[in-house]
Design a protein around this ligand. Structure first.
Ligand code: ZN
Length: 306
């Protein structure tokens, strides 16, 4: 089966045709700010080869009869619209599934970017663990958990981040855009790290990474405290859901290998600290393609199950 996948992120929107072996074709990316309405999104998608949206028929058998669309936000129970997206406010309340289905003449399977990237990274593993979590650090922070091949949704109130994603429960953490205080997003998202980098005179995350490599004390302190916040959340996820593999990815991890390394070290240190779980920390296998691949494969599986 070949399926079309779209991943609408806070900063970048990506789309591609994805085959069963997770190979992508016709991959394209565009700044999300240039697609700030459903109509602009449809125009951009319409530039893909017509085959991407072709309905399954005897003639075009390998093509899925559904396309997968992942969105950085919270979607409603019937998977038809976005109820909350701090990074994509133009999509809130829009009947996105209906609009895309009507414009592209093919049913749309809507998922969150957390589900899409988590499923993508999960199916890309050679040995799939019984308990798996993916933490993704980009414009925001996304988290997905899979137990026994099915998604588990960590508890959360209404449209807020899940409680398990609170990195600073002291009551003194920064207020997150979701309304909670101390969310992992307030310390480990791209913008949070950019703020921390600027405060010590680093221009951007690449600069922060270079400074940390040079053992600059300020940069090392920023990276260590971020790694420790991420490791704390990772270990709580492992304990709560018997997760044995935690994958970390996203633009922040890609830009900062030092951070990834220190997350691994921090998790290892915590494992010797009375934790009952010993999760393996792995880095993203699919990089920027994770959301597109996960969205497409989830849509393909939906088609096959129907
Ligand atoms: Zn939050």
């Amino acid at each position: 089966m070949v399926t079309f996948g779209v991943d609408i992120g806070g900063t970048t929107t990506r789309a591609a045709i994805v085959d069963r072996n997770l190979k992508v074709q016709n991959f394209k990316a565009c700044p999300t700010r240039d697609l700030s309405s459903i109509d602009k999104l449809i125009d951009w998608l319409s530039e893909f080869p017509e085959q991407a949206f072709r309905l399954n028929s005897a003639k075009d058998k390998p093509f899925s009869s559904t396309i997968g669309v992942a969105i950085a936000g919270i979607i409603n129970k019937s998977k038809s619209e976005v109820v909350r997206s701090v990074h994509l406010p133009f999509l809130e309340g829009e009947p996105i599934r209906e609009s895309l289905t009507a414009a592209l003449h093919i049913p749309v399977h809507l998922v969150t970017d957390a589900q899409a990237t988590t499923w993508g990274e999960y199916i890309a593993l050679r040995d799939r663990p019984t308990g798996f979590a993916h933490l993704r650090f980009g414009t925001g922070v996304a988290c997905g958990v899979i137990v026994n091949n099915s998604f588990v949704e960590p508890a959360r109130k209404a449209n807020q981040h899940a409680n398990i994603l609170i990195a600073d429960a002291s009551g003194e953490g920064r207020i997150c855009k979701c309304g909670l205080r101390g969310c992992l997003e307030t310390v480990a998202s791209g913008s949070a790290l950019q703020r921390a980098a600027s405060a010590i005179g680093c221009q951007d995350l690449e600069n922060l990474e270079i400074s940390a490599l040079r053992e600059d004390a300020g940069a090392v302190a920023v990276i260590d405290s971020t790694a420790s916040a991420i490791a704390g959340v990772a270990m709580r996820l492992a304990d709560a859901y018997s997760v044995n593999t935690i994958s970390i990815g996203g633009g922040v991890i890609h830009a900062m290998p030092q951070l990834a390394k220190r997350i691994e070290l921090a998790c290892n240190a915590m494992q010797g600290d009375g934790s009952s779980c010993f999760p393996k920390i792995v880095r993203s296998n699919l990089g920027d393609h994770a959301g597109v691949i996960g969205a497409a494969i989830l849509a393909g599986e939906e088609t096959e199950a129907a």
